[in-house]
Design a protein around this ligand. Structure first.
Ligand SMILES: Nc1ncnc2c1ncn2[C@@H]1O[C@H](COP(=O)(O)OP(=O)(O)OP(=O)(O)O)[C@@H](O)[C@H]1O
Ligand SMILES: [Mg+2]
Length: 308
């Protein structure tokens, strides 16, 4: 690991993205998936939760990180949120100490130990015993608005936190990150820290618009983060009996920037998703034999096939 060169802008200290990555090297250890789409309501939180739970059901030790100030993951997992134990603390500027600073590792150890939380329901559903959550809090929105991490590039805060986690030897096989419906600093942090992005999109033109913007961002980030791959664009609210479903799929297949990433599998519009917060556990556990759970399993299989 060489010297990290920086440059000053006014009274701020900056580091170029590429330099930072070369300094830190590839993120080893757990595979990191981010679920993103700039559009609201595309199904990000639904997918992040259910896909992570399915992975835990396969025997993987999975960490779910909520980077959306709305904090829907805790709701979907029926988990009370302690405002002092959230991704706000994870991204907090105070921890941006140089790696060589005394106590750096201990501070991360203390923080991660405090933040990694078990979710309720493990007695009834074994999969949940292998799932950890760091929930979000509304204060994330303030963190996003404030110019946080003034001494390092904003986009690298989460990546650094995950490197610290790996360095602590915590046994986690996979990390799934939920993001807010925009392409601001929180989503950028997730994309910079991730290996794979999964992007559900709603069956509508607006959904496509969001995808276009996401693809532009992914292209930008591939320049910084050569470890990021698009694992799949997944249609949500699908219904192959409708003209729109088929038209949207054909449109995507006609766009060279999007076509290679479109998954054959999709998730149909289903009323049961709206009951999800009341189910107490994610849909794939509450109704494992439902058509929606089957569709989500197919999505995961296709994602898995693409990331190997
Ligand atoms: N296939 C579906 N059929 C019907 N309802 C769905 C489907 N997928 C998700 N929903 C519902 O739509 C709403 C939005 O889904 P979700 O919260 O997963 O989207 P999101 O992209 O995370 O939204 P936000 O951008 O606000 O974070 C939720 O009430 C969810 O239960
Ligand atoms: Mg959400």
């Amino acid at each position: 690991m060489g010297e990290l060169r920086g440059y000053r802008v006014g009274n701020q200290w900056r580091v170029r993205g590429r330099d930072w990555l070369e300094y830190t090297g590839a993120l080893t250890g757990p595979r990191v998936f981010v679920v993103a789409n700039a559009k609201g309501g595309a199904g990000k939180s639904t997918f992040a939760t259910n896909l992570a739970v399915l992975r835990a059901g396969e025997g993987k030790r999975v960490l779910l990180l909520d980077l959306d100030p709305q904090g829907h993951l805790a709701t979907l997992l029926n988990m009370p949120v302690d405002p002092d134990r959230t991704t706000v603390q994870l991204l907090n500027e105070e921890l941006r100490l140089p790696r060589t600073a005394p106590g750096h590792r201990d501070r991360w150890h203390t923080l991660w130990t405090d933040l990694l939380q078990r979710v309720p329901g493990a007695d009834e559903h074994e999969a949940l015993s292998r799932l950890l959550l760091v929930p979000a809090h509304n204060d994330l929105a303030d963190l996003e608005r404030a110019n946080f991490h003034r001494t390092k590039p904003t986009e690298y805060a989460l990546r650094e936190a995950l490197e610290a986690l790996v360095g602590l030897g915590v046994e986690i096989d996979e990390i799934w990150i939920d993001t807010p419906p925009n392409l601001g600093p929180l989503t950028r942090n997730a994309l910079m820290a991730a290996h794979y992005v999964v992007s559900p999109f709603a069956k509508s033109d607006l959904g496509l618009d969001g995808l276009e913007r996401l693809m532009v961002l992914v292209e930008q980030y591939l320049e910084f983060n050569p470890y990021l791959h698009v694992a799949g664009l997944v249609m949500n609210y699908g219904n192959p009996r409708t003209i729109m479903h088929n038209e949207i799929r054909e449109t995507i297949k006609g766009r060279t920037s999007l076509a290679p990433f479109l998954l054959e599998s999709y998730v149909s519009e289903a009323e049961r998703f709206n009951q999800a917060p009341r189910l107490g556990v994610p849909l794939v556990l509450a109704e494992p034999n439902s058509s929606s759970a089957q569709e989500l399993r197919r999505v995961l299989q296709e994602v898995e096939a693409r990331v190997q």
